[in-house]
Design a protein around this ligand. Structure first.
Ligand SMILES: CNc1ncnc2c1ncn2[C@@H]1O[C@H](COP(=O)(O)OP(=O)(O)OP(=O)(O)O)[C@@H](O)[C@H]1O
Length: 253
């Protein structure tokens, strides 16, 4: 985590400006706080105005407009509620970010065709998709992508490149799903049917979007034309896409 916080004093007011960067979580938290000094040491709370923003994957959200500030000596805490008995939300802003689950998705594009698998069980059963799954403890995202590809299709990628990050928000799940998308054109072995997936080749013009996740037609064209991208997708009832934002980016690392 990289961070800075600066405080200023002027005309009886204090001003704090801060910035936290969380490269691991692709996230930046910034804030400006203006507050009046505490009236006395037994009443350390003072009124203040807070303007904060969380920027994640290039998308900025305003997180708060005003709250109460607990200021005791050199320590500062962000709280909600009134008065000095306010509930402490967190002294560590990282804890206020929503939980994320990391997943991978590998798309093989070879000789004008795309390899997709019909999912035979579990999440997304009945849909064609690339190959992937959850990142397990102790492995990198790249290792997870290579492992899932081998487990689900029997092939080994030799030129895997990360090309996209997609965040899925489901209205029935507080955990965000962060899917790292990898592009492969070279591989070893012949794909075969496994317990989880039945693979087939499709020409680019015949990708079966009708039997795929609703977000897929929004980013496959970017992937297949050499672009890098980041997107946010909001689903209700697990499979209905209600809104989204997607953009081409320079780098996805
Ligand atoms: C919502 N829109 C979506 N659009 C496109 N692809 C989506 C997706 N949502 C999930 N995916 C992918 O679906 C796979 C699920 O993986 P999933 O079977 O749950 O993982 P894993 O193999 O680890 O599970 P089990 O071993 O069965 O527990 C995984 O590649 C993930 O990236």
């Amino acid at each position: 985590m990289r961070s800075f916080i600066k405080t200023f004093q002027t005309h009886g007011f204090y001003l704090a400006v801060g910035l936290w960067k969380y490269p691991q979580a692709h996230c930046t938290v910034s804030f400006r706080i203006c507050w009046t000094p505490a009236r006395n040491s037994r009443s350390p709370s003072s009124s203040f105005v807070w303007i904060g923003a969380i920027e994640r994957d290039g998308i900025k959200r305003l997180v708060a407009k005003s709250e109460r500030f607990l200021c005791t000596g050199q320590t500062m805490a962000i709280g909600s509620g009134e008065g000095t008995n306010q509930e402490l939300v967190s002294t560590n802003l990282e804890e206020t970010l929503p939980a994320r689950k990391l997943l991978t998705l590998v798309i093989i594009h070879h000789e004008e065709k795309v390899l997709l698998g019909m999912k035979k069980r579990g999440f997304g059963k009945g849909y064609y998709n690339g190959f992937g799954g959850k990142v397990e403890k102790g492995e990198t995202i790249e290792e997870a992508a290579a492992r899932e590809l081998e487990e689900e299709s029997g092939v080994t990628a030799t030129d895997m490149e990360k090309r996209g990050i997609l965040t899925f928000h489901f209205d029935n799940d507080p955990v965000l799903w962060e899917v790292h998308v990898f592009y492969v054109t070279k591989f070893l072995g012949d794909p075969y049917e496994t317990e989880e997936m039945a693979p087939s080749w499709f020409s680019v013009a015949d990708i079966p979007y009708d039997t795929m996740w609703a977000d897929d037609p929004l980013w496959y064209p970017l992937l297949l034309t050499g672009q890098r991208f980041k997107g946010d997708f909001f689903f209700t009832n697990t499979t209905t896409l209600t809104s989204h934002s997607i953009g081409v980016v320079e780098s996805v690392s």
